[in-house]
Design a protein around this ligand. Structure first.
Ligand SMILES: *[C@@H]1O[C@H](CO)[C@@H](O)[C@H](O)[C@H]1NC(C)=O
Ligand SMILES: *[C@@H]1O[C@H](CO)[C@@H](O)[C@H](O)[C@H]1NC(C)=O
Ligand SMILES: *[C@@H]1O[C@H](CO)[C@@H](O)[C@H](O)[C@H]1NC(C)=O
Length: 800
């Protein structure tokens, strides 16, 4: 009976670092209580799964061989799902219902339903974080794509969807073999608000539109597009304003994020809204932190009103692991555990990752804090998702994905997509000369130096699984160079001493060119680890400078990191001729780096977040959630939308080996916005104001621009066109300097030109949010920024 406990102990939330005297261990892992949750049956089932390895699993429920259940309405695939769910709920006792409210949902043997582990993860490929997925047997590994921050840098929505499709093929294959679940708690779409955040690497960056498009595309890839049926169920997390893990003694389990209505509507909630409304995600996860004094998992305004009613979530809401326990035990939000259980369910929580709801919901019902109807409501949401997944159809045989198996995992084409994703995501930051790409004829002996030069596991970042295989930078470069001289330079990324510097310098002196692969790993930035500063750790900077000045040939610096690094020294050092940011480039990262260094691929990635100088983080506490700058408070503001101070590299920055020129072929100068006249008491008043979006007839009202993009260089390349808008001046206290309103990616051979049509939805993209959280469209002259082109677009109201 120890085995399941170890699971919970290892994975189900990293125990809160409590400042008070309560001991998290006795509380979070109450062994006697846990024993009652893991019934002997669940355990036997569990071991059977492990023993079966890759053999096709038995159906989860409604086994056609089970005469006792196959005729029951909830097993009839021909009936409407709502009807089947109602039938099933009607057959369950209160105790059974309560045992289904947790990630480790108990079996209901009398109804032929097996236990189910809801917690699996697939942030960038099937992951082994979460007890629902086990690697081994016929499924030793899965394709490990680049970390999300790297993939985001591709600005390519079809790539995001393609990765989701591959991950869900592999996930279904593993489910069919009994080694994984069908409910994946990915992606993480919190805004990368502060560059120190240890989990920024998991996100698509700092821009709400980019993050929202990423969310919708990746979720579509995972869930498939077969109407209401789900290939696997995705989950957008962590709702909301969660982007601090552990900074100067403040941790996510105790943090109360104070967020203005304006920032909430305009920044923090945008990716979640797009995930639900455009991605039709099957689940949303609430976070550990409080928002404005209320734990997100106990907030009916966030869960019931916003996610379920306003955005229309068709799916279930799950807690972060043990977050109900956290708000009771660490935040002392309620005085009894039953109240905590009742508050969570009444707020709209449907499933608890953790044991808390299984332990306390029954008593909450007995005490009258919660009705059985509330429990039924939660169950209806989880059971509906399981039915949409086909789990009550006697699957896996006969299911559309029932034939996926071990041969569909780590296929050559899947692994090729991992390489492709890394290639599309790597960003060229500096190319003096240009010295890149390196010619294999000139540079035959290469020095490959640095603590990440032979990285493997580092390249897949966190929330990864077991990769099919790796190509380290050393191996990748080794395929191009005649001779490689390899030196680590530092024992690890912490680089606490300079003992190995002499050998590294020696290597650089002998080589025709030097590649330094430096940066961070999970010991520096991770879940529960926020960074203190933005510089390279330890003596890394010193190593880079010393090697660069000793190097016989050109020195190229490759940075592996999730968050931005202040590498001003390298940007300014003329002896460092090229800089690449590889993010955490996934299992094929070393091959992608080498292909770019030697010109087999032309880099096209753009930074999905601002690279700030070190001095920036000294000016603002990580706990300050405000996006806007404040002169009087000396507060610099956050992200390219609100911060206007010096940067190392801006959002959207990235070079290519070729050059692109863009010209505006056509664009309207004036657009009328139809406004409901009766809403405006004095229509002559609104001409220079900002009209509420709800008062405008938005429909499909959009502006179309045509932009010609020409490759004027001599190499094939891809170009990402970023379009920003700046609202008219005069709304200074609300409006961002500029905001991303669209991005478009093209491939172009040398000398080729393509005309791009860019549609900008006026109400969605040209609106700004006022201080009360209301979205408004400012009338007057907006400026569209398309590369170096500035185009003025005047909006005026047309009263109906
Ligand atoms: C976007 O990614 C897909 C999938 O890898 C690829 O086929 C396509 O060419 C990419 N688009 C551009 C413009 O690079
Ligand atoms: C590179 O890493 C691999 C795998 O971790 C290891 O087997 C190999 O010995 C390392 N190579 C060098 C030159 O350190
Ligand atoms: C409408 O607003 C304008 C400008 O503020 C003002 O001059 C005019 O008197 C107003 N008309 C009415 C009917 O209130």
């Amino acid at each position: 009976m120890m085995f399941p406990y170890i699971y919970i102990y290892k994975h189900c939330s990293i125990p809160p670092i409590t400042s008070q005297a309560t001991t998290p261990f006795t509380f979070y892992f109450p062994f006697p209580v846990m024993a009652s949750i893991f019934s002997p049956l669940t355990t036997i089932f569990f071991f059977l799964i492990v023993l079966w390895g890759g053999e096709a699993r038995d159906p989860f429920a409604c086994d056609p061989k089970n005469a006792a259940t196959r005729g029951l309405p909830f097993c009839k695939a021909s009936l409407a799902i709502a009807e089947r769910v109602k039938d099933l709920i009607g057959r369950l006792t209160v105790e059974e219902k309560v045992s289904l409210l947790v990630n480790n949902a108990a079996a209901v043997p009398r109804l032929g339903i097996k236990g189910y582990e809801w917690w699996s993860e697939a942030l960038h490929g099937v992951s082994n974080v979460g007890p629902g997925t086990k690697f081994g047997g016929q499924f030793p590994a899965a394709t490990s794509f680049p970390q999300v921050i790297t993939t985001a840098a591709s600005f390519n929505a079809s790539l995001w969807e393609a990765i989701g499709q591959v991950a869900s093929d592999e996930a279904r294959a593993m489910y069919n073999g009994g080694t994984s679940g069908l409910t994946y708690w990915s992606p993480n779409v919190n805004i990368f608000r502060d560059p120190r955040w240890g989990r920024g690497q998991e996100t698509p960056g700092e821009d709400p539109l980019l993050a929202g498009k990423y969310a919708a595309s990746y979720v579509r890839g995972l869930q498939g597009s077969d109407g209401d049926r789900l290939k696997v169920a995705a989950c957008c997390k962590h709702f909301t304003a969660y982007d601090l893990d552990n900074w100067k003694g403040v941790d996510r389990f105790h943090f109360n994020a104070e967020v203005s209505k304006q920032d909430m509507e305009e920044t923090f909630n945008v990716p979640f809204r797009m995930c639900v409304k455009e991605g039709n995600v099957a689940s949303v996860m609430c976070s550990y932190n409080q928002v404005n004094g209320v734990p997100t998992c106990a907030d009916p305004v966030l869960l019931k009103t916003t996610v379920r009613s306003l955005w229309g979530l068709n799916g279930y809401i799950v807690s972060d692991c043990d977050s109900v326990g956290v708000f009771y035990n660490s935040q002392h939000y309620t005085s009894t555990p039953e109240e905590a259980a009742a508050d969570a369910i009444k707020a709209g929580l449907d499933l608890d990752c953790g044991p808390f709801l299984a332990q306390h919901t029954n008593n909450a019902v007995k005490k009258g804090l919660l009705s059985e109807a509330d429990v039924n409501g939660a169950l209806a949401n989880t059971l509906t998702v399981q039915m949409r997944l086909g789990m009550y159809d006697g699957e896996p045989s006969g299911h559309p994905y029932g034939n996926l198996g071990p041969r569909d995992v780590c296929t050559p084409s899947h692994q090729h997509l991992a390489l492709e994703a890394a290639t599309q995501g790597i960003v060229l930051l500096k190319n003096k000369g240009p010295s890149l790409p390196l010619s294999t004829r000139t540079y035959r002996t290469l020095a490959v130096i640095g603590p990440n030069s032979n990285a493997t596991v580092t390249m897949i970042g966190n929330y990864a699984g077991i990769a099919c295989g790796y190509t380290s930078p050393l191996q990748g470069i080794g395929k191009y160079a005649k001779t490689v001289i390899h030196e680590m330079g530092c024992a690890n990324v912490a680089c606490r001493d300079n003992k190995q510097f002499g050998r590294a310098i020696n290597a650089a002196q002998q080589a025709d060119a030097t590649v330094l692969v430096m940066g961070l790993d999970q010991s520096i930035e991770a879940e529960t680890v926020d960074r203190a500063g933005l510089l390279l750790p330890g003596h890394q900077q010193d190593l880079v400078s010393k090697v660069a000045s000793a190097s016989k040939g050109p020195t190229i610096l490759v940075i592996m990191s999730g968050g931005p690094v202040d590498i001003t020294f390298a940007k300014n050092d003329p002896r460092i001729e090229g800089i690449l940011w590889a993010g955490y480039p996934g299992q094929a990262g070393g091959a992608a780096i080498a292909d770019i260094l030697f010109g087999t691929s032309n880099p096209g990635g753009k930074l999905p977040m601002t690279w700030y100088p070190e001095g920036y983080v000294e000016k603002l506490a990580m706990t300050n959630m405000a996006m806007r700058s404040s002169k009087s408070k000396g507060y610099p503001g956050r992200t390219y939308r609100f911060y206007s101070g010096p940067v190392v590299y801006p959002f959207g920055y990235g070079l290519s080996y070729t050059h692109f020129v863009q010209t505006l072929a056509s664009a309207p100068k004036v657009v009328s916005i139809p406004v409901d006249g009766h809403r405006q008491k004095n229509s002559s008043n609104i001409a220079n104001k900002a009209i509420k979006v709800t008062h405008a007839r938005c429909g499909k009202l959009s502006v179309s621009l045509h932009v010609d993009v020409k490759n004027v260089g001599s190499r094939y390349g891809t170009h990402t066109l970023l379009v920003f808008s700046a609202p008219p001046p005069g709304n200074g206290h609300w409006a961002p300097h500029k905001q991303l309103v669209g991005f478009h990616k093209v491939h172009l051979p040398p000398k080729a030109q393509q005309r791009l049509r860019i549609n900008i939805h006026v109400c969605k993209l040209l609106s700004v949010v006022d201080t009360s959280g209301t979205r408004r469209i400012p009338m007057g002259s907006h400026t569209l920024h398309i590369a170096h082109i500035k185009h003025s677009l005047t909006l005026h109201p047309q009263t109906l």
